[in-house]
Ligand binder design. Structure first.
Ligand code: GLN
Length: 570
């Protein structure tokens, strides 16, 4: 909830969570878009602590679960919550081999009837097929079809005439199969026979970075490009009248992408996976609207021809999925380069020393945030506190009332709520009033909340200190004709400050500890850093012990320092 609130308020730019959870939130009306394909993390399971006396629950769970699957209870539960639209080609379908609906037999091998099969492909459709630096074609489609041919034992000859040309070649019988990130659509099924789907992608609109085009409506009077014969082209031509743009057809992608770059077209539409890849590779585009569904990619042959080729494809695909090679190929082109880094490091994190060694830089940066948060907010709080504290003892009633209201309000609201109000509440109001995102970031919000909070308490310390000086002092000084200001400065405050000093130190320690409270808004100070580390390695005992010691050492050192200052001032 905190994360979603932050996303709503615009204080975080994006959030990552489990796909069904995000989709459910969207279906419940959350104004989110899933613009990037998901990452694999695996299946959900019920768990108990390893070696605990509750391990028998696992067997019971599995037993009941199997029965529920058999009698349909499981399906009923899933359908109740996710509906049956969930599985199919959803907007954000995550491409994992486990989500592929395979009909092939991984252990079967059909017999090729031709000595060589001619396979045609798109000419530039990275990461599915594209020329590498040495001019050779590579990509997911290329690797997949090669691996399938090898696994099934048939020969292929590949050419790359471009998407539309490839489809035409197969239709005309000049080639046997097309492997070109080709979407399986009902219209195409009239003309082609498709294999099992091997990938899923939406189609997506792209504009130049910084373009004013933020929605399809903005395309009125503009030119939009798409490759001939693609589902993007079909979608665009179906919606041209509605949105008032002119559609321009391209033979292949690179000229189309360059045209967008040079401004000769205002937008283009292409497969999401391909566009995202292009942007990742440095194309200066952005994608203002959610993608449109275009379904799954399949390998296709001309209707009624080469049935053994389709069969071999399906069997080979099933075999590649089973052996893990399919995932290897896909992640070779789409996997993030830091995939290896993200798995936890080799250092043993079950010891205090290992935890520190592995996380010290994170902890140090959290410590830095905590310290700067404390020092900055305490400095501001001193200013606020002295102003309102002086006002509280001022002869002027208006000043006293203002001060009292400030102190009562701030002291009367829990710090965490003040922080949440500044960080989530105000941006929310700001956005609904101006339509713009609030400029308040988490550090700023936390600083304001902590300053206000400590300011109110310091005001009380100041007031208390001044009031502790006997009234007679003021009266004596004033009756000698010395002004109020001068009396304050020369007579009252020097005595009052002595009373205040220990309280300031006390308040400083409290402020430092209060920084842990503002971690609730997601600010990664020391406490939050620890929580993040624990969320990864579950070492709560050791990690909280480390945190406690860091705070203890830090506070002890700082109070010692403050005590010294106090002595000197006295
Ligand atoms: N998937 C899209 C389609 O089938 C685009 C394919 C491509 O451009 N190679 O129309």
């Amino acid at each position: 909830d905190l994360m979603n609130n932050s996303l709503d308020a615009g204080s975080v730019y994006a959030a990552m969570d489990d796909q069904p959870v995000v989709q459910y939130a969207i279906s419940q009306g959350k104004n989110y878009a899933i613009n990037i394909d998901g990452e694999k993390v695996g299946s959900f399971a019920f768990a108990v602590k390893k070696g605990s006396k509750y391990e028998y629950l696992i067997d019971e769970f599995n037993h009941a679960f199997a029965e529920m699957k058999k009698d349909g209870t499981y399906d009923a539960i899933m359908a109740k919550w996710l509906g049956d639209s969930e599985k199919s080609d959803d907007k954000s379908s995550v491409v994992t081999s486990s989500s592929l609906k395979l009909t092939g037999d991984a252990s079967a091998k059909a017999t090729p009837v031709k000595s060589t099969y001619k396979i045609v492909m798109d000419s530039s459709f990275a990461p599915f097929e594209y020329q590498n630096d040495s001019g050779k074609y590579e990509g997911i489609d290329v690797d997949l079809i090669k691996a399938i041919a090898e696994q099934q034992g048939f020969n292929i000859e590949i050419s790359n005439p471009g998407f539309d040309a490839a489809l035409n070649a197969v239709q005309a019988g000049q080639a046997d199969g097309v492997m070109a990130g080709m979407s399986i659509t009902d219209a195409r099924k009239e003309i082609f026979d498709f294999s099992d789907p091997y990938y899923t992608s939406n189609i997506l609109l792209a504009v130049k970075k910084g373009s004013f085009v933020k929605s399809y409506e903005d395309l009125n009077g503009k030119t939009v490009g798409a490759k001939n014969g693609t589902s993007s082209y079909t979608w665009l031509s179906e919606h041209a009248a509605q949105y008032g743009y002119t559609l321009r057809a391209f033979d292949e992608a690179s000229t189309m992408y360059d045209s967008l770059n040079s401004g000769s077209i205002d937008a283009l539409m292409d497969d999401e996976a391909v566009l995202r890849y292009a942007i990742k590779q440095g194309r200066n585009f952005e994608t203002p609207v959610d993608g449109e569904k275009s379904g799954e990619y399949g390998f296709a042959v001309n209707k009624g021809t080469n049935p053994e080729l389709l069969e071999m494809f399906n069997n080979g695909l099933a075999a590649l999925v089973k052996s893990g090679e399919y995932d290897k190929i896909v992640s070779k082109y789409l996997g993030s380069s830091d995939e290896k880094k993200s798995t936890s490091s080799s250092v043993d994190e079950t010891t205090i020393w290992g935890l520190i060694k592995n996380n010290y830089s994170q902890l140090l940066s959290g410590l830095g945030t905590t310290l700067s948060l404390t020092l900055i907010s305490f400095a501001i709080a001193m200013v606020i506190g002295i102003i309102f504290g002086m006002m509280a003892v001022a002869p002027n009633k208006v000043l006293r009332t203002i001060s009292a209201i400030f102190i009562d309000v701030v002291r009367g609201i829990p710090l965490m709520i003040v922080a949440a109000f500044i960080f989530w509440g105000i941006p929310n109001l700001f956005e609904s009033l101006t339509g713009k995102q609030s400029p308040i970031n988490d550090f700023l919000a936390a600083t304001i909340a902590l300053s206000l909070n400590a300011g109110a308490y310091i005001a009380e310390i100041v007031r208390g200190g001044i009031e502790a000086v006997p009234k007679g002092q003021m009266e004596a000084s004033r009756s000698l004709g010395i002004s109020y200001g001068k009396t304050m400065k020369k007579v009252i405050l020097p005595q009052a400050v002595r009373v205040m000093l220990p309280n300031f130190i006390n308040q400083f320690v409290i402020s430092l500890k209060d920084t842990t409270i503002v971690s609730a808004i997601g600010l990664v100070e020391l406490f939050q850093t620890g929580k993040i580390i624990i969320a990864r390695n579950y070492q709560s005992f050791r990690m909280y012990a480390i945190l406690a010691i860091i705070y203890l050492v830090m506070i002890t050192l700082l109070t010692r320092l403050a005590k010294r200052l106090e002595k000197r001032l006295k």
